[in-house]
Design a protein. Sequence first.
Length: 108
Amino acid sequence: MEFYDSDDLLPRFNRLIQDVIKGDWRRNSFTAWEMALMLDIQSCAEEIATRRDLLPRYQKAVQRQLSRRREMPMTLSSYVESLRVRQATRMACPAERPDMTPCGIVEV
């Protein structure tokens, strides 16, 4: 796993995501990891179109990640997958508890 200077990484990541959100590109040179993230974001275009809050939520998740450890930002596709897993886990939980109705209400 590669480690990067988080003092430089976070501002560059934030700028990249803000450029994507605004659709306003004022620069024409990018690092390799920025290009990889842009390609990943492009591959998630359908998901982004259906969930307007996805990119800001992804940005906050990466900010939390980078504040804890100095490594490459997670990709948007891995973030979306973690949301799907979390949602599937939440949906499965009521079935695991016999005292809960399908709506998640505890029967007394």
